[in-house]
Design a protein around this ligand. Structure first.
Ligand code: ATP
Length: 345
């Protein structure tokens, strides 16, 4: 039966759906009526599956509808947030592109650290608690909250002062504070590296690189230093958009090595490992080391910078290639080879 490629209308769904159409698949988008406009106006979805609210996507009737249309779901950050990770793991019984068991490894900081550190990648040094702060650190809190409430600081006193300020403003709760994660502040240039691992070709491909455009920090740096001190503004790191970037060519061996190492380690830790798209968010320090502070074990939002191909993805075939189309190509090849079980879970 004909397969339909489906995702939730959000995050990276435009190129996931467009890429599927370019490979000849029919597509469907799950959306609320008031969020349907981009998918209609860009014409990327053949069918619309309407829900009253996004949290309804895990409901049995929606799952049944998806199975009836022979759907393969492409999970992205918003899909996982709306469906709920527990549901994705246990109750959402619709075939999904990639390895759904690895999603918890990006969601929980300890597992993430185990995978990244265990791969031999350079990661920021982790502090045991605020009393250990002996230089610039970045303080983070649980959950993907787009960097809201994160803050840099460099002493124990500054840590508690900022915690009190954020609690007073209602940005942080007592519970958040007990779960504060403190790590080395890495001064460097941001590279979010998007890879694709093909289980069919056993090959790690470099698909593109972006950097983040974050509020308020990217606006704050336009304020002269003396005025920054005057204004006394606490920066936030809320992602609002992305820029495409390229990395100096001599760093590409390091870039490929990082992807290869993570794929190898992920196979050991959570078989069959990292299938399809993943992303390493890094900061390149002055010694030209890429320090990885975060990973996505599925398509990352920064892939939107290359909906019509990136300088790197274009090198493989000479054709513009988005991450969404790369995913669709893998599904298509798997169907042709009768190996679909290798790319879904
Ligand atoms: P996302 O929504 O991307 O998952 P998040 O809430 O998990 O966001 P991070 O991506 O971990 O947040 O961090 C947000 C931003 O904070 C980063 O893009 C980067 O600018 C900055 N940042 C994070 N870790 C460090 C670090 N160790 N040193 C310096 N800056 C950092």
């Amino acid at each position: 039966d004909e397969v339909t490629i489906v995702t939730v209308g959000s995050h990276t769904s435009l190129h996931i759906l467009k890429g599927a159409k370019l490979e000849g698949f029919s597509t469907a988008v799950i959306t609320t009526k008031d969020r349907a406009i981009p998918y209609k106006r860009f014409g990327v979805a053949d069918k619309f599956i309407y829900v009253d609210q996004f949290s309804d996507i895990s409901k049995e009737e929606i799952q049944q509808q998806l199975r009836d249309m022979n759907a393969i779901i492409v999970p992205h950050g918003s899909f996982i947030a709306y469906c709920g990770l527990d549901n994705v793991e246990d109750t959402f019984k619709v075939p999904m592109f990639g390895n759904r068991a690895i999603l918890r490894w990006e969601a929980e900081r300890d597992l993430e650290g185990q995978l990244l550190g265990g791969s031999g990648l350079r990661i920021p040094k982790k502090y045991g608690g605020p009393d250990e702060i002996d230089g610039p650190v970045m303080v983070k809190f649980p959950g993907a909250r787009g960097g809201r409430g994160y803050f840099p600081c460099s002493s124990v006193e500054e840590f508690w002062r900022k915690i009190d300020e954020f609690k007073a403003k209602g940005v942080l709760t007592e519970d958040d504070v007990s779960k504060a994660h403190i790590e080395e502040y890495v001064v460097g240039a941001n590279y979010c590296i998007h890879y694709f691992y093909s289980p069919l070709k056993d090959q790690v491909e470099l698909m593109g690189i972006d950097r983040r455009y974050e509020s308020s920090i990217d606006g704050l740096v336009r304020v002269p230093a003396k005025d920054q001190l005057e204004l006394d503004i606490d920066p936030s790191y809320v992602i609002t958009g992305n820029f495409p970037v390229v990395i100096r060519e001599s760093l590409l061996p390091q870039v490929f090595d990082m992807g290869d190492k993570l794929v190898a380690k992920a196979k050991e830790e959570v078989n069959p490992g990292m299938l399809g798209p993943f992303c390493l968010q890094s900061l390149c320090n002055e010694n030209l080391e890429l320090v990885v502070f975060e990973m996505s074990a599925r398509v990352d939002g920064g892939t939107n910078t290359f909906m019509n191909g990136s300088p790197y993805s274009c090198l493989y075939t000479g054709e513009p290639l988005s991450m969404g189309q790369r995913i669709a190509k893998e599904i298509k090849l798997a169907l042709e080879l009768d190996m679909i079980d290798k790319v879904i879970s």
